[in-house]
Structures are given as C-alpha cells and as structure tokens.
Design a protein around this ligand. Sequence first.
Ligand SMILES: Nc1ncnc2c1ncn2[C@@H]1O[C@H](COP(=O)(O)OP(=O)(O)OP(=O)(O)O)[C@@H](O)[C@H]1O
Ligand SMILES: [Mg+2]
Length: 508
Amino acid sequence: MATKTSENDWQLRIFDSLSYPTRILAPDGTIVAVNRRLKEKIDRNAEQTIGQKSEDIKHLFRTVTQSSAGGEVKPTLTDAVKKKSGKSIVFTTTDSQGRQRWEDRVFSPILDDNGDVVYIIESFRDITKIKTLEKLYSGMRELIDNVVQSSVSGIMAADRRGNIILMNRAAEELFGYTIAEADEVNIEDFYPEGVAREVMRKLRDPSLGERGKLPITKVNIRTRDGEEIPVEMTAAIIYDEGKESATAAIFNDLREKLAVEQKLKEAQAQVVQSEKMASLGRLAAGVAHEINNPLTSILMYGNIMQEKLEAGSPNKKNLDYILEDAERCKEIVKNLLAYSRQTNPKRDIFLINALVNESLGLIRDQKLFVHVEVIKDLADNLIYIDADKNQLNQVVINLIINAIDAMEGNGTLILKTYGEPRTGKAYLEVSDTGCGIPEENLNKVFDPFFTTKAPGKGTGLGLSMAYGVLEENRGHIKVKETGPQGTTIIMELPALADSDGLPFDSIG
Ligand SMILES: Nc1ncnc2c1ncn2[C@@H]1O[C@H](COP(=O)(O)OP(=O)(O)OP(=O)(O)O)[C@@H](O)[C@H]1O
Ligand SMILES: [Mg+2]
C-alpha cells in the first residue's frame, strides 16, 4: 500500500484488503491511492501512477483486444462528482484468449462535512460470471416462453388474488381474451359459477393425490361470450418458499373429442338398431309366408261357402265373422311382408305433393278430421320421385292416422314437402300437436307389433310397414322431433333429376 496522504493504519489496511481492485481519486481524477488487489490484478507498477490523472481506459483484464468502453469512463466519473452519488458503467471486453468478459466500473464519491466531494473510490469488478448466468437465464426464459406459446394446450397462470399473469396463444383463443384484456377479469370469470373455487378446493385437498396438484379433470370453462366449453384440465399451485404464490393450469378443448364420441355412439346405436330390424324382418317374413297360404285357402273356401249358403241361413252371420277376421289377418300379413321388404315395389314417377293430396283423400273416415286443422305446406317447385306410389300412400295414411290418434282427434296436423337441391333429396314431414313419443319408446316405434294403443285399436304394424316401404324405395323414415308439444315424422326419398340433371323443376 502506498499513499501520499497520512491515513490511520487500520483504514489503510481495510483499503488494502478490499477484494476488488480499487483506486482513490481526487475529484479532478488525480490518482491518490491504489490498493494491493489493483497492483496484483491490473498494474504491478500502479504506485507510479499516483499523482497522475487517471487514464480513460484502464482495464481490469490485462490483455484486452477489444472494448466497448469507448470514452465513457471519464464522463461517468465526472457525473458521479457532479451528482454526488455512485455511478457505474458496464462494458464488455475480449481478453487475450478471445473470451468475452464483462467489467463493471463503480465510482463512489466520499463527501466531507460540508457535503463536498473530497475523494472518489473507483472499483473494478469482474461481472463475467453474473453476466454469463444472466445470458443463460434469458436464453432459458426465451426457450420456455417459446415452448409455452407454441403449445396447442391452453396454458394460464394467475397470482394469489386471481389476476391473470400468463396466457399463451391457445388459451387466448380458447377463452376469447388477449392477455392484455384479461387484466380486467378475475380467474373466477373464466369458469361457470363456483367452478374456480371447486378447482382450488381440490388443489388443496391432500386426499386427491399430491398436494397442490390437480390430476386430469373434466370441467366446463366459460369464454368471453359466456359460452361454456367442456375441457380437460390439470392444475398446480406454485409455491414460493412454502407459501402459495400462484396457480397454473393447462386446458385441452374437448368439444371435438366429445363430438366424435357422440357420433361413434350414434353409429353404434344405428348398427344395433339395423341388426335388430334385420332379424325382426326375417322373423316377420317367415311368419307372413307361413300364414299366407292357409289364410288364402280359408278366404277362398269361405267365400265359396258364402256363395253356396242360402239366404237366411243361420250360419251366414258366423261365416261373415270368419271372413272378416281372415281379411284382418290378410292385412296384417300384407304389412308384415312390407316391413320385411318382400313386396317387389312398382315404380311410378309422380310429384311428392301428390302423395299428400291423395293420401288425405284416401282416408275414408273423414269424421277423424272434425276437430283437426290440416295445414298443407307444400313445395312450390316440381319435385318428382320414382317409387311405389300405392305403398307410399299407405305409409302417409298411417302417419296421418298416428298423428290424429296422438292428438286424440283434436289439434293441428301439418303436412310439409320440400327438396334439398344440394343432395337431390325430397322430404315429406308429418307433424302433429299430440302427446309425443316418450324417450324410452323411441327406438321401439318401428318394431313390428309395438303399440301403445288399446287392444284391437292398433296392431303396431303401421310404422314398421312404413320403415320397410321406405327402405325398399331407397329412402328413410325417422322421428325428426318429439316432445310434449308434438311429433314430426320425416320421410326422405331420392328426387328424380330433370333433363338438365337438376333434381327439381321450378314451377313457372
Ligand atoms: N305421431 C305420433 N305421436 C305419438 N306417438 C306415436 C306417433 N306415431 C306413432 N306413435 C307411437 O308409436 C306406436 C307404433 O305406431 P304404429 O303406427 O307402428 O302402430 P299403431 O299406430 O300403434 O298401430 P297400427 O298402425 O298398426 O294401427 C304407437 O302405438 C304410438 O305409441
Ligand atoms: Mg299406426
């Protein structure tokens, strides 16, 4: 230690033992003292600089090939003197081995009793390690940011008060808020009433796995528009020194997955239904064929007997009953054959609207309509179909009678026809304001002999016959809608193309 001032010994020893290379300067920059560390690290002959003005660039690292310091050291010193407060300047240097180093030059003014600057302590600090860590950290941060941002799952974090502190792009899209807009909302607004609290309760519940962690859970979230979306989420509490500091959650939209699952379920149900229909069809066909032959002979011989019986014979009435019931059986057999598609349909070309008008006209018992308002909502373009007209009339008659039965003869019956040019399909809908079909009966109404009507009133063959007829004529029939307000049954048939290849002609 060398100094031209007369200091106390212990002060000098402190100065010497400072671990940073340090100099004491006069406010004008004249070097007053240098410590031991400076001599070791920077300039062995530093003592000879005492009394001289400090140079602009005197580097911590001896062999410097490049420096960013420029002429900024001197102004920093001047600034520290002027402002009477500590100032520092950081610059990078490249050492003789080409390694980048960071140096922090700190100027700390020492004031006298009047508050004037008497000395400046100038220390040289190597901050390479801190800077390297800083760089590494910011690189890591950038990487984590990229990972979070590019995730297809929505990622969100909130502080202890529920303020949103992080949202990635997928979360912004899912919830419909940008992170900036999320400033005004609380985490509770992102869920339906009570759900956020329930999530927090589960997170803190040690009986549900590791504390502070929520395993995959299905919940509904709420978007900015108030829409509720089913998601699969996992969440975690973030602890800082043992205390809850934030929560983070990852969300996956389940809408697509649920829609696929639902479609699969429907497809499976359809397979089961059509298998059932097929086996019922085989059974019906078997029964119908077996009964058809004896029935034909009963009717034939019965009619012969009828002709031979003398008028006034007491057996005539009995034979009438036999023949009447045999006719009823024939009707049943006919319907069973239609259901099991054993009828070889004829092909007629006709307008779908004609089905509505003819069927209405064919219903013999017009008393049925006394308290029923019939609304015809018919297509105003010409939609031709190519199918068995007789069979389809029977179907429509059955649908109308079912509708009137469901309304107990009192209500509104709507018959609607229309076409769908895109698919080339023609539709006929029969709607009523009746009692509706209970959920548990929905997949039974097309089964043969399923009826809810009183014995002798319905055989339960109307809809099964309709089903068979539609399938046989390349169409479909199903319950479109049903409920306490009424029922709509829809028939779909392929429409015939016109000479231009279009499915429908327009009327004008
Ligand atoms: N429009 C409707 N509204 C409410 N229920 C209906 C309607 N159409 C049919 N159903 C229900 O479906 C059952 C089966 O109908 P389906 O036409 O096959 O037989 P049915 O009318 O009972 O007897 P059938 O037609 O042989 O005289 C009915 O008994 C009824 O329970
Ligand atoms: Mg019926």
